[in-house]
Design a protein around this ligand. Structure first.
Ligand code: KG4
Ligand code: ZN
Length: 337
């Protein structure tokens, strides 16, 4: 059973084809990163117009990679939200056109649930599929727009344990990168600089928000800003690597410790980590070093935005009969729970 998925929530135009629920046949991502880099962030109108140009070639490429035709596709999944309205509309309309033309079901997917479901994927060419995540589990979602911890007792069942009260983790990485005059996108640049820096060089604050599973990263960002201003006022060359490493250590410690606490409190055995920030090597190492819980973190290329994750979540919805009607609209601020 082939499922075709589209993702256009932000600045990646993506199409993926999934076979029998978990086996990923192909994942095509047309990135607009170079276009937005000159603005220092995503320019919404430019993004939606670029999706219009890329969506058809990306679908054609995915079908060609998979060696199938549209007639082989049994269902169409698409990101409905959250995301940029003008970008989401392009993917949703393309998906409606495909579903209508083929007479196949349309499945609207939440982008955040896609990031979580990327942990279910494996490459179709793999001989031994890895075991799928087992419920109940705690899911840490860390992206550019969202940071939250969810307890999942079953498929598509999200109980939010906590979320960021201000900046998302990825947003904090991007803002601090700008303070350190690193180019867009900030997350990978901070990680690169941090590799040569001392994580203990600066003692940046950790917002523990004791007794909750909420997060806060704006105080940390301000602390970095203050340090940068102080160093600049003294006429010093910025120790970018040390600042990046110390900032990254502060973010990761809070994400890691709170996720572990939640997993213990709710008595789960497994943890899923997803979203763009889960590409961060230091975050991955923190989770992979421990053996108290089985941790599922997707391969790097499925951490940042892609359509494979939308396909995996779409299949979970399809299997549970959660098919959408043709009247659905985009949901730019769609919470997971
Ligand atoms: O999930 P994603 O691709 O898009 C959203 O749904 O937001 O996440 C993008 C975010 C950006 O803030 C980016 O800076 C961050 O993920 N990111 C990283 C890394 N790679 C991407 N943050 C830290 N380390 C990385 N290696
Ligand atoms: Zn995302």
């Amino acid at each position: 059973m082939y499922l075709l998925a589209l993702e256009t929530s932000c600045d990646e135009t993506a199409c993926a084809i999934l076979k029998d629920g978990r086996a990923l046949v192909t994942s095509v991502v047309a990135s607009q990163m170079d276009i937005h880099a000159r603005y220092g962030g995503v320019f919404p109108e430019v993004a939606s117009r670029q999706h219009v140009l890329s969506i058809t070639p990306v679908i054609a490429q995915a079908l060609s990679n998979a060696g199938i035709t549209l007639n082989d596709v049994e269902a169409i999944a698409v990101t409905r939200g959250p995301g940029l309205p003008g970008s989401l509309v392009v993917g949703l309309n393309a998906a409606k056109g495909l579903a209508l033309g083929l007479g196949k079901p349309l499945i609207g997917v939440n982008h955040l649930e896609g990031h979580i479901y990327s942990a279910w994927l494996y490459e179709a060419v793999e001989q031994n599929p890895p075991p799928e995540p087992q419920f109940p589990l705690v899911a840490l979602l860390v992206s550019g727009g969202h940071t939250e911890l969810n307890l999942m007792r079953g498929h598509l069942d999200y109980q939010r344990l906590g979320a960021t009260l201000d900046d998302a983790a990825g947003e904090a990485f991007d803002k601090v990168a700008r303070l350190l005059k690193l180019p867009y996108p900030g997350g990978p640049m901070i990680e690169k600089e941090a590799r040569n820096g001392n994580p203990a060089a600066f003692d940046f604050p950790r917002a523990w928000l004791e007794g909750t599973y909420n997060f806060s990263f704006s105080g940390l960002k301000t602390a970095v800003l203050r340090e940068v201003r102080r160093l600049e006022a003294e006429g010093r060359v910025l120790p970018v690597a040390d600042l990046a490493a110390s900032f990254q250590a502060a973010v990761i410690e809070v994400l890691y410790v709170k996720t572990m606490q939640a997993a213990r409190q709710y008595g789960v055995r497994e943890i899923v980590v997803g979203g763009g920030v889960s590409a961060n090597a230091a975050l991955r190492q923190a989770f992979l070093r421990q053996n108290e819980f089985k941790v599922h973190i997707p391969p790097l290329k499925y951490c940042t935005d892609n359509a494979a994750m939308v396909a995996a979540a779409g299949y979970a919805r399809f299997r549970m009969g959660q098919v959408s009607g043709m009247e659905i609209d985009v949901l730019p601020t769609w919470p997971l729970s």
